[in-house]
Unconditional design. Structure first.
Length: 350
């Protein structure tokens, strides 16, 4: 996700969160989790059935080292956070407007694109930036800067609940991008891009957080403006783009969702924004500075680029019936657009 303002159903394990005032069960901000029954894991949760077939062989993900995406439609305020709904055949995106009111908070709607050319508004006042799917595909997990929280929107009735309200009683800056593992562990970034004029309760730090079993844990609060975030198909590596450092980092992820020390995955990307991965583990990272999507092998070797518009590329998501269409949100404020390109390797998971 950027400073101005992502499939198929995965598993049946869904973390159900409710708002409560009970002090004994409360997560920060009065959010508690009902007990969740989880299967024992021999290793990191990987791709769900039929998303990334085990043992499948893949060639180069790009038809050429330099590819240009096709514009579907422009004229939006500022698109972000695309995520594909496989069972509905549509793509959701956040559309963020300029800040308003004394707190300078940016309104945001969730727009829906149904191929080949239908656009409508799913949630007019979503307050969202980055989007992902819950493990069973029935909820949108959203980084919601309007309440400085991570929220869940149920797709069948659009009701909203809170996934993470704060950390140790302190308000987040402005949650920005989110990734969900196949066992419903949620990871999200918290730069200060959409904090507006609201007070800083994080002591000047911007961070990466994890929500597991209803508990919010800190992954890292030493990154400068962490932005895009994505998981490897096997669930064992977490990638985070540090917008304020122009670097992409990675963390080893343990079976319980905890993370180890970080290492540098890519030493320079100009304004690393949103990201996704394909079934081969290749990494697609939107660059806010050059208007490109940079594509890397799992080892960090650059494989090529995808151009979408001329500037302000914000995020990416795989979609379409075979998940081989890469959707890209890109463009200047007030003429932000949705782009698409066919690639050689299906994407995982959003």
């Amino acid at each position: 996700m950027t400073r101005l303002p992502r499939t198929a159903a995965l598993t049946s394990l869904l973390l159900t969160l409710t708002v409560t005032g009970h002090p004994g069960a409360a997560l920060a901000g009065g959010v508690s989790a009902r007990p969740v029954t989880s299967h024992a894991l021999a290793g990191p949760p990987g791709a769900p059935p039929n998303v990334c077939p085990p043992g499948a062989g893949y060639g180069s993900p790009l038809p050429a080292t330099s590819v240009t995406a096709t514009k579907i439609r422009g004229g939006f305020a500022f698109l972000e956070g695309p995520v594909w709904l496989a069972d509905r055949g549509s793509l959701l995106m956040s559309d963020m407007a300029a800040g308003t009111g004394p707190q300078n908070v940016q309104p945001s709607a969730i727009r829906r694109f149904t191929p080949p050319g239908t656009f409508d508004t799913l949630i007019a006042a979503a307050g969202s930036n980055g989007l992902a799917l819950s493990a069973d595909g029935q909820r949108i997990i959203a980084a919601t800067h309007d309440q400085r929280s991570v929220s869940s929107y149920r797709l069948d009735d659009l009701s909203r609940t809170v996934v993470a309200a704060n950390y140790q009683g302190r308000a987040f800056n402005s949650p920005n991008d989110v990734a969900v593992r196949s066992d419903d562990v949620v990871y999200f970034t918290d730069p200060n891009f959409q904090r507006g004029n609201r007070p800083d309760q994080m002591g000047g730090r911007t961070g990466v957080f994890r929500v597991a079993g209803g508990q919010v844990s800190l992954v890292d609060d030493t990154l400068r403006q962490p932005n895009g975030i994505a998981l490897a198909p096997d669930g064992g590596t977490l990638y985070v783009g540090a917008y304020g450092e122009n670097k992409i980092y990675r963390y080893a992820v343990q079976p319980d969702g905890s993370t180890g020390p970080r290492s540098v995955f890519v030493n320079y990307v100009g304004g690393p924004d949103g990201a996704t991965l394909d079934c081969a583990g290749n990494v697609y990272w939107a660059s806010g500075f050059d208007g490109l999507v940079h594509v890397y092998s799992p080892a960090g070797t650059q494989l090529g680029t995808i151009r979408a518009g001329g500037t302000g590329t914000t995020n990416v998501a795989f979609g379409g019936p075979d998940r081989q269409t890469l959707y890209i949100t890109s463009g200047p404020t007030n003429d932000s657009g949705l782009y698409a390109v066919r690639l050689n390797v299906p994407g995982y998971p959003y």
